[in-house]
Design a protein around this ligand. Structure first.
Ligand code: ZN
Length: 110
């Protein structure tokens, strides 16, 4: 795919342009890199920043390539897994905390 001219009006455009300045055509739906390193970065973002992972993954789902779509799905699954683990840890922590508070209260009641 050659981005140096607009496929619609054949005006010269920069390869980095997302839209043709002449006719406004969308030159590329923000082609996402599917390299191993960008996958690792995306997956790490999904795990470390769970809600934001979805925001980073959605552009991959909009890509035409099957590989990019799979990467997006994997990132979203990782995001939800990370969220679930975070909730579980928080729940366990609260349970432990409650238990300790109850123990302390019981200790002073008797
Ligand atoms: Zn154009």
């Amino acid at each position: 795919m050659n981005n140096s001219t607009c496929p619609n009006c054949h005006t010269a455009v920069r390869p980095t342009d997302y839209y043709c300045f002449n006719c406004g055509r969308n030159l590329k739906p923000a082609a996402k890199s599917t390299s191993t390193s960008s996958q690792i970065v995306l997956y790490l973002k999904s795990i470390i920043l769970p809600p934001l992972g979805i925001w980073y993954a959605l552009p991959y789902l909009r890509q035409n390539s099957q590989k990019a779509k799979i990467i997006g799905v994997v990132a979203i699954v990782l995001t939800f897994l990370s969220l679930a683990i975070a909730f579980k840890l928080a729940q366990d922590f609260m349970t432990t905390l409650n238990q300790q508070v109850n123990d302390a209260v019981n200790l002073y009641n008797f």
